[in-house]
Design a protein around this ligand. Structure first.
Ligand SMILES: NC(=O)c1ccc[n+]([C@@H]2O[C@H](COP(=O)([O-])OP(=O)(O)OC[C@H]3O[C@@H](n4cnc5c(N)ncnc54)[C@H](OP(=O)(O)O)[C@@H]3O)[C@@H](O)[C@H]2O)c1
Length: 332
């Protein structure tokens, strides 16, 4: 397999298709949108929580158009299951000719160093909900749209951080999160990176469980949906440095120094996700984690433990208000 730098991306594979990108207004999501538009995707939906930022990003992306791509913004806040359902309802209410979705990029994600911001609108730990649970809930709402496509793919931005962490086994019975909860000092979340890494390991687990369910689904049209989750590399984006976090300089200064010295650009980091969205699938493993060099990999023993995966799956189905019949799972 090629290294990211030399990855062959086939722009013709997206021509005329419809893609939804969540977290499209910045960083890796923005870079993916730019590439899709430059390569003449038919319709691009930018799923964003802040409409102001989304409008600015859309205006920039419009400038990159080489074809007649229709670009539309749709509001979504992963911190709210109602907002996610609203996105799904709005999608289904469109004219039937517009309801097909070929590519879903579950790209949005966050690290929350501000302890005052670590509870979602549904009362869950924020990183758990936005990085993992929210994407699962969105996928449930969009399955019928994906099933209408010939070669539907769900590409989720995960992280190598998942390899550095050990999640609770069994899942915690804390009602806020089955993972570890925040350790606060004043309004600082001291373990923000640990929460992030946990949530990303859960992403990899959920991706595998969704794929296992869809591959054997009673609805034959769901069996063609391909899922992958991937690490983009260490990428220079706004993820660790948002004004609203009011993070301490002792946190932001060294992180920014490290990022400026070591990180790759967002267009470079977006390549693995774009490759997985466009490459011929042939014998590619389904539901796998891929590293930044586009190699399928394990993120460690815990993600290979079917019993633990199922325990997390059951908890997320409950927390995400998922209909268990949507994703039947074979007995262990
Ligand atoms: N940068 C890296 O080195 C790196 C490494 C591994 C994995 N990743 C993953 O890559 C993905 C993209 O991150 P990035 O680095 O490009 O960071 P970014 O520039 O901060 O972009 C993250 C995007 O997610 C959106 N988002 C955050 N919370 C949301 C919510 N509650 N509802 C809807 N959208 C929300 C953000 O919107 P706002 O602008 O409104 O906040 C933004 O558009 C994330 O999943 C991240 O975990 C990044």
């Amino acid at each position: 397999m090629a290294k990211t730098k030399n990855l062959p991306l086939d722009g013709s594979a997206v021509q005329g298709k419809t893609a939804i990108c969540i977290g499209a207004n910045a960083g890796l999501g923005f870079a993916k949108c730019e590439w899709l538009v430059e390569n003449k995707i038919g319709r691009l939906i930018m799923g964003c929580r802040s409409l102001d930022k989304a409008e600015k990003a859309k205006a920039e992306i419009e400038n990159k158009k080489t074809g007649d791509t229709e670009i539309k913004i749709m509001k979504i806040d992963l911190a709210s299951l109602d907002s996610i359902k609203g996105f799904g309802d709005e999608w289904s209410a469109q004219d039937p000719s517009l309801r097909k979705c070929d590519l879903l990029f579950c790209n949005a994600g966050l690290i929350v160093p501000n302890a005052d911001m670590t509870t979602s609108q549904d009362g869950f730990e924020m990183t758990y909900q936005c990085n993992a649970l929210g994407h699962l809930a969105l996928i449930e709402h969009l399955l019928p749209a994906l099933a209408e496509a010939d070669d539907p793919r769900i590409i989720i931005t995960a992280s190598n951080g998942s390899k550095l962490t050990t999640i609770p086994d069994p899942p915690s019975d804390n009602p806020r999160t089955p993972l570890r909860d925040v350790w606060k000092y004043k309004n600082y979340a001291l373990n923000a990176f640990a929460l992030y890494s946990d949530s990303k390991k859960l992403v990899t687990i959920l991706c595998r469980e969704i794929q296992n369910s869809l591959d054997n689904h009673p609805n034959e049209r769901y069996r063609k949906i391909f899922l992958a989750n991937y690490h983009p590399g260490f990428v220079k984006t706004s993820i660790s440095n948002k004004e609203e976090f009011k993070a301490l300089k002792v946190f932001t200064v060294p992180v920014n120094m490290l990022v400026n010295a070591m990180a790759i650009s967002a267009p470079e980091g977006a390549k693995t996700g774009l490759f997985l969205a466009t490459c011929p699938l042939e014998d590619k493993p389904r539901g796998s984690f891929w590293n930044e060099k586009t190699l399928p990999q394990s993120v460690g023993k815990q993600a290979e433990d079917a019993k633990l995966r199922r325990a997390y799956w059951d908890r997320c189905v409950k927390d995400g208000r998922i209909n268990p019949d949507t994703f039947p799972q074979p007995p262990l």
